[in-house]
Design a protein around this ligand. Structure first.
Ligand code: 5RP
Length: 235
């Protein structure tokens, strides 16, 4: 590992177990976030020591820079075409492998990459496992044009789903709006619990200014949950 500080042991355990699934010649999707960064370090070390030939598509500029710096071959998703395996973190994972993602604001690229993969594996620490999604704010990426109108439409959609009066907060970075890699804004929906995730996903996707929401339903194939003692569990 090249990180100066010691990596979180649970995230490291999940990363190692996921990287063990990688085979020589694979085309990989690399996630975004602190867990995915540890995984990229573990992957780069394994690729270096075993001389693996891998092609990687990154889900964010930050991950692309990290992976390239560590010697992994990073290419655009379009150049690679289709991926064998994507490994990514998550903000919440439920027993059905439904996810909330986007805490790092990268869920648009993360969903594109995951859907362009034969298999998506989530790596997480035990704090990410929930019975029902919703305690973590649900990120929604929206285009800057008509931002206020889009926010109103999202609020109305929530009203129709027994989620009235839930705060819809613009994500900020300091005093300025948070801007995604695609140049869009993020609205974080403070829902507490999501009674019907497919209905919410449909309602959000139907709003023109919404680019993508952070609900990943039916996308994840396996979740590897690392524990602080270095063991892992699979969902
Ligand atoms: C970024 C993501 C991340 O995977 C998610 O936020 C988890 O990050 P971390 O591993 O840092 O907790 O969806 O958009």
């Amino acid at each position: 590992m090249t990180t100066s500080s010691q990596p979180d042991p649970a995230k490291l355990a999940a990363s190692r177990a996921a990287v063990a699934l990688v085979q020589d010649g694979m085309k990989l999707g690399l996630g975004t976030g602190s867990t995915a960064s540890i995984m990229v370090e573990v992957l780069a070390e394994r690729a270096r020591t075993e001389g693996l030939s891998l092609r990687c598509a990154a889900t964010s500029k930050a991950t692309a820079e990290l992976a390239a710096r560590l010697g992994l071959r990073v290419e655009s998703l379009d150049d690679i075409g289709w991926l064998d395996l994507t490994i990514d973190g998550a903000d919440e994972v439920d027993p059905d492998l439904s996810l909330i993602k986007g805490g790092g604001g990268a869920h648009l690229r993360e969903k594109i990459v995951a859907r362009a993969s034969d298999r998506m594996v989530v790596i997480a620490d035990p704090g990410k496992v929930v019975d029902r999604l919703g305690a973590f704010h649900l990120p929604v990426e929206v285009v800057p044009f008509g931002f206020d109108a889009t926010r109103v439409l999202i609020q109305r959609a929530l009203d129709g789903l027994d989620l009235a009066d839930r705060p819809v907060l613009q994500r900020m970075r300091g005093d300025a709006p948070f801007v995604t890699d695609e140049g869009n804004f993020i609205l974080d929906l403070s829902l507490e619990v999501i009674p019907d995730a497919p209905a919410l996903a449909r309602a959000l996707s139907a709003i023109p200014g919404v680019v993508e929401h952070g609900l990943f339903l039916g996308i994840c194939d396996l979740a590897i949950i690392g524990r602080p003692d270095g063991s892992v569990a699979e969902l």
